[in-house]
Write a protein that binds this ligand. Structure first.
Ligand code: HEM
Length: 400
């Protein structure tokens, strides 16, 4: 690498394609000290090791977020979300909503996902072309996660705006406007949920058995299982976590398949490849590109000492392309097996919605490619200039 790599100020190329630069970084220094003193991990095994020891590699973000957010609603939100809490509090909170993610609960969702996908495809049927994000991939995940929480249909556009503002605030560098939007979104989102909770308490019979809102509201009513602040922030987090990531997974899947027509042929000849296809999409374009941890004590990885109290960036995007783990890592291969990508993380914080996201993707791809075998790209995907989320902001395709 000719210049010093700095995650706070990445080269232009990185924003559209981070993989070549990260692969160079992994080859030269897999445990790399960023100029701001944080560390960047790019090797698969090192990252697995950090996920596996949550007590040493803490997810608590108070020390990182205090200087970034100050005493603001964004600080309250991001430090109360289950994903940024260490055991034992993490264990207590995660256990509460686990019932919403059982096999049985997931199976109950399948007919709903199929009917939503078919509804979108019916609308596309008569169109010669479509913009994939708005007209297809954004729609399904937000419907599903709002159903899961118990948010009424008419309010789903509100959620989209708030979620975007809150998640954007996790980017490494922020403008004042982005901060202000994020804070306003947390305040409005909390008020919205308070009203929804009042309604749910007044009409408990309206709820479905597996609805997370009801499970959490009951836990809060119970006293010491969940505080009101914890309750509101888990709901906000779940609504945010569950849709943008899945939207990007679906858009990337369509983009990669249309960019590799031989893979579409493979899938049409052998529809059972759908499961390995979804895993490959997740590996190849991880919707969440970076997770973070903080060292509690001095740690040594690949011979490098990382001092206690250091912020560490786990580069999921780099781990998923580590040649020591994935032969020909830059090849998009829907038959790849094994495929132990890290796109859902690993260990105690492993994505609670991973099975749901996988099912959404399998149904969406299966039905889309079967119904529209002539789907083709009209122009290159537009990649949003974000580091933490691998987002396609628009993708134009022709249908017939
Ligand atoms: C393709 C879609 C998705 C991706 C790539 C994704 C990715 C991730 C990752 C990487 C983590 C671990 C974070 C860490 O260890 O620091 C995580 C956690 C989490 N995800 Fe997902 N996610 C997706 C979809 C969903 C969905 C659909 C839901 C819920 C409906 C969801 C709910 C959660 C929750 C609650 C956690 C926190 C778990 C914990 O801290 O114990 N995710 N996700």
């Amino acid at each position: 690498m000719t210049t010093v790599f700095d995650l706070r100020n990445v080269p232009e190329e990185y924003l559209s394609n981070p993989y070549r630069i990260l692969s160079e970084l992994r080859a030269k220094s897999p445990v790399y000290k960023n100029p701001d003193g944080t560390f960047i991990l790019t090797g698969y095994n090192d990252i697995v090791q950090t996920y596996r020891s949550p007590i040493i590699w803490s997810s608590d973000k108070k020390a990182d977020f205090k200087p970034k957010f100050g005493n603001t609603p964004l600080f309250e939100h991001h430090t109360n979300s289950v994903v940024f809490i260490d055991p034992p509090d993490h264990t207590r909170i995660r256990r509460l909503f686990q019932s919403a993610f059982t096999r049985k609960a997931l199976a109950a969702f399948v007919p709903r996902i199929i009917s939503l996908v078919d509804e979108y495809l019916d609308r596309i049927e008569d169109q010669g072309q479509l913009e994939v994000v708005e007209e297809f991939s954004f729609r399904l995940p937000i419907e599903v996660v709002c159903d899961l929480l118990g948010v009424p249909r008419q309010d789903r556009e509100l959620i989209r705006g708030w979620a975007n503002a809150i998640l954007t605030a996790l980017e490494p560098t922020l403008t004042q406007e982005q901060l202000d939007n994020g804070n306003e979104a947390v305040v409005n989102f909390k008020q919205y949920l308070r009203d929804l909770i009042i309604h749910r308490r007044a009409h408990p019979d309206d709820a479905r058995d597996t609805e997370i809102l009801t499970v959490l509201v009951d836990a809060e009513a119970d006293g010491d299982r969940l505080s009101e602040t914890e309750l509101l922030h888990q709901c906000i987090f779940m609504l945010n976590a569950g849709h943008e990531t899945s939207t990007n997974m679906i858009t990337h899947g369509i983009n990669e398949m249309l960019s590799n027509p031989d893979q579409i042929d493979l899938l049409s000849k052998d529809p059972d490849l759908i499961e390995t296809m979804v895993e490959e999409v997740l590996r190849y374009q991880a919707p969440i590109q970076i997770n973070n941890r903080r060292t509690i004590t001095d740690q040594t990885l690949s011979g490098v000492i990382i001092p206690a109290n250091t912020t560490v960036h786990l580069m999921i995007n780099a781990a998923n392309r580590d040649p020591a783990q994935f032969p020909e890592p830059d090849r998009f291969d829907i038959t790849r097996r094994p495929n132990r990508h890290l796109s859902f993380g690993l260990g105690v914080h492993i994505c609670a919605g991973n099975a749901l996201a996988r099912v959404e993707a399998q149904i969406a791809f299966q039905r889309l490619f079967k119904r529209f075998p002539k789907l083709a790209l009209r122009s290159s995907a537009v990649i949003a200039p974000r580091l933490r989320f691998r987002e396609i902001s628009s993708l134009h395709v022709s249908v017939t």
